[in-house]
Design a protein around this ligand. Structure first.
Ligand code: UDP
Length: 382
């Protein structure tokens, strides 16, 4: 099957990292078309996946756009749609991996007469999107998609709740290669030394810096933990959320935590950094569609505490393979951090359990098999 994948982003967020794993098995007969240049293109090239940047013109629609702004951007899309149609003719299927890719892919699927698959990596709810964007995404998927792959039951439920056709959907979780999360103890201790955290209890947070990812919740929790507890914030303000970064620095200064929080920026060595942590936290204040970082922490054999909402609740069973806290509650998070610090034995048992379950449940080989099956069996030929 020849697939034309479409993704709007030039930077690698969770949806883009997932796409790399999905596109890999098709790389000798696929093309990834991007709507922006950037480091995601380089990552695809490193994985030998053919990639082309279809436009260098930023698409103006934002997650909170109103109808007028959305309509205004349609004219701007015409050259991009024309390019996608021209390429799509050479492929059997258009696979839209993001919302703007869905808009362009839907029109192109009609014009090029190719079936459309939409991989839904978002919770389509008013918490995350404007009413207009929700309506556009759901209507286009209902009308043009042959299949909607939701990245969790939570994303599927929100799609249906927003008016999406339930019969189009199937849930497939993100896949991971467990081998990539094996690290060397000697390298880990060197890394801890280089970061100046060898004698600390290290709590990691791996996410782009964005208000709803809740780094401020971890900082507030940190103030309620003993002085040896130190936080690593790994990730950058990918989508222009510089104001939030400023606020985080102010919060840290106000709480006198300058020596206990390290900003590492965007990093490619996530397994190594996770291995250097004693605990990984996920603190999203709005429901997380999936939460790759939660599974990655499990695969690294690290205990993980996640915010109890959305897809995270499908990944973590409290006290069995991790911990759950109420979103936006630093006090609860501090209690979990402190109990992990005190009961290292129980925490290690939970982390080992999580590693074993995750290595099987989210193994990329099984997940790619599921993708291949739905693409061939559920796909309605255009
Ligand atoms: N990530 C990364 N470098 C960083 C921070 C994060 O490669 O500095 C990765 C992280 O390991 C995960 C992804 O970005 O695979 C984020 O996915 P997630 O589902 O957690 O959140 P999303 O970005 O999709 O909202």
């Amino acid at each position: 099957m020849k697939i034309l994948f479409l993704d709007q982003s030039g930077k690698p967020g969770g949806a883009e990292l997932c796409l790399i794993d999905i596109a890999k098995p098709y790389r000798d007969r696929a093309l990834v078309g991007l709507f922006a240049d950037g480091s995601f293109k380089t990552l695809l090239q490193q994985n030998h996946i053919p990639v082309e940047v279809f436009t260098h013109q930023p698409i103006q629609v934002r997650k909170q756009s109103n109808l007028l702004q959305a309509l205004g951007s349609l004219g701007q899309l015409a050259p991009l749609v024309a390019k996608v149609v021209q390429r799509a003719i050479e492929y059997d299927l258009i696979y839209a991996n993001t919302q703007k890719a869905l808009v362009v892919g839907a029109i192109a699927s009609l014009l090029a007469r190719r079936p459309l698959v939409y991989h839904l990596h978002d919770i389509l709810s008013p918490e995350h999107f404007s009413k207009t964007n929700l309506r556009v995404a759901v209507n286009l998927a209902n009308r043009f998609a042959s299949l909607v792959i939701a990245n969790s039951q939570a994303s599927e439920a929100a799609f249906v709740q927003a008016g999406g056709r339930a019969e189009l959907t199937t849930v497939i979780y993100n896949g991971f290669e467990p081998k990539l999360y094996q690290t060397c103890a000697l390298d880990t201790s060197k890394l801890r030394q280089n970061l100046g955290i060898e004698d600390k209890f290290v709590v990691g947070h791996f996410s782009r810096l964005s208000p709803w990812k809740g780094q401020h919740i971890l900082i507030e929790a940190l103030a309620k933990c003993p002085p040896q507890v130190t936080a690593l914030l790994v990730g950058d303000a990918l989508f222009g959320e510089q104001e939030y970064v400023k606020q985080l620095h102010q919060q840290i200064a106000q709480l006198g935590l300058e020596n206990r929080v390290k900003f590492l920026g965007f990093r490619a060595d996530i397994p190594q950094l996770m291995a250097a942590c004693d605990l990984v936290t996920h603190t999203s204040t709005a429901p997380e569609p999936f939460g790759r970082v939660i599974v990655e922490a499990m695969l690294c054999g690290k205990p993980v505490v996640a915010a109890k909402a959305g897809g995270a609740t499908e990944l973590v069973e409290h006290g069995i393979n991790g911990f759950l806290t109420t979103p936006g509650e630093p006090e609860e998070l501090a209690n979990i951090i402190n109990s992990c610090l005190e009961d290292i034995h129980n925490t290690a048992t939970i982390a080992n359990n999580a590693k074993a379950i995750a290595s099987e449940r989210f193994n990329v080989v099984n997940i790619n098999r599921q993708i291949a099956q739905v693409l061939s069996s559920k796909l309605i030929v255009y």
